[in-house]
Ligand binder design. Structure first.
Ligand SMILES: *Cc1c(COP(=O)(O)O)cnc(C)c1O
Length: 383
């Protein structure tokens, strides 16, 4: 059996053809493919606006800036995420605060967030960055009520969750990143995520104001609109300090063909998840799926007592499971600035046991059977 990774991209002939066609076209960057990708992505998740960027980390950076985060201002996120969900706050000079996770869903626990907010004076925090961890959508309807009560913004880190949704109390399907309950959503197109662009990201929002701000910041803060003066056709103004965080047309062409396959990819991911759950039920703990929620399944996470043992055992059999994530507050950079003092018991307990099993649409039934056999073999033998 060939090595089985925990995740991998699925590139087919139509993806290759789209890229090759763009290479021979007039625009390699700042051309029509970027806008086409943005429009199709916005339509897919049901948001008004989408802004393509060179990766999701840049997207998160622009998101906090567009929402006006200033030096010293405080933002709450989850410790069980990729470091970028927290780092974006630091880029803007802000302070990251962590609240604990729910031990069943592994998502940022709203009660922990509430407790943290209520332990501080009014206005202490500016925003919350919940993460649709493993592809499981955060119930943003609940978070929005809390955020509105305390005048906070919400950035949904939806990097794991294109195609995921929850059903709100009115019975409406709320796709991750649709902007109905968050100010901004951010997606990643790194090859281990659902949609592979090599590198790439997308920011979604329903606010025209935020959309314009994000577009300006993505390209140096330079504009040809709303200028104070005009000296001729060449004239532009740099009105604020922005960046070059653009996605290319080459990557966008790939993003368009990849996006078209996402729906069926997520269906396949859910089949794989169902098969794991049938095999593990009452034997191994896995991420709980709350009612009225559709998991986009970037990952399939289980918890086992002898995690290192299982990790090494699987590697011996060419199964490259992964750990998501080392709690962000325990990473040396965050430890040094004093975050280790946070009491985040559920996150730390989760981290001592978690392991992500292979999960990607092209994983075959035979490969999955092999993985399940090895996992059960080890866990049962280990008992
Ligand atoms: C992958 C990921 C990011 C960063 O994405 P890049 O496109 O690699 O910058 C941010 N947040 C989460 C939760 C991620 O998984």
């Amino acid at each position: 059996m060939k090595p089985i990774p925990y995740g991998r991209q699925n590139i087919e002939q139509d993806d290759i053809d789209a890229v090759v066609k763009t290479l021979a076209a007039d625009f390699l960057t700042q051309g029509p493919k970027v806008k086409e990708f943005e429009d199709k992505f916005a339509e897919y998740v049901g948001a008004k606006y989408a802004v393509a960027v060179n990766n999701a980390t840049s997207g998160l950076h622009l998101a906090v800036l567009a929402l006006g985060l200033k030096e010293g201002e405080r933002v709450i996120t989850t410790p069980i995420t990729f470091a970028a969900s927290a780092n974006c706050v630091k880029y803007a000079g802000g302070e990251v605060w962590f609240a604990d996770i729910d031990p069943k869903t592994y998502l940022l626990d709203i009660n922990s967030v509430k407790k943290l907010i209520e332990s501080k004076p009014k206005g202490f925090f500016k925003g919350i960055i919940p993460v649709d961890f493993a592809g499981l959508p955060v119930n943003l309807e609940e978070f929005k009520s809390l955020a509105d009560e305390h005048n906070l913004w919400i950035i949904e880190d939806a990097c794991h969750a294109p195609g995921g949704y929850f059903v709100d109390p009115k019975g409406l399907k709320q796709m991750c990143g649709n902007g109905n309950y968050a100010d901004i959503g951010v997606f990643s197109f790194h090859p281990v995520k659902h949609i592979a662009c090599g590198e790439g990201g997308m920011i979604t929002t329903n606010s025209e104001l935020l959309y314009k701000k994000l577009c300006s910041l993505r390209t140096h803060g330079i504009t040809k609109e709303n200028m104070t003066e005009n000296h001729g056709g060449w004239y532009y103004e740099m009105q604020e300090l922005g960046f070059n965080y653009r996605l290319t047309d080459i990557q966008s062409a790939l993003g368009i063909t990849q996006l078209a396959k996402n729906k069926e990819g997520v269906v396949r991911r859910n089949q794989i998840s169902d098969t794991y759950k049938k095999a593990f039920v009452r034997k191994i703990k896995f991420q709980m799926l709350p009612e009225n929620t559709y998991n986009a399944h970037h990952l399939f996470v289980i918890e086992v007592e002898n995690r290192k043992g299982l990790y090494d055992y699987l590697r011996m059999h060419q199964i490259f499971a992964q750990i998501h994530y080392i709690p962000v507050h325990t990473l040396p950079y965050y430890r040094e600035i004093g975050y280790n003092k946070a009491s985040l018991e559920n996150a730390e307990n989760y981290y001592s046991k978690c392991i992500s099993l292979p999960m990607y649409p092209s994983l075959t039934d035979e490969e999955q059977e092999f993985v399940i056999g090895k996992v059960l073999g080890f866990v049962v033998k280990d008992k």
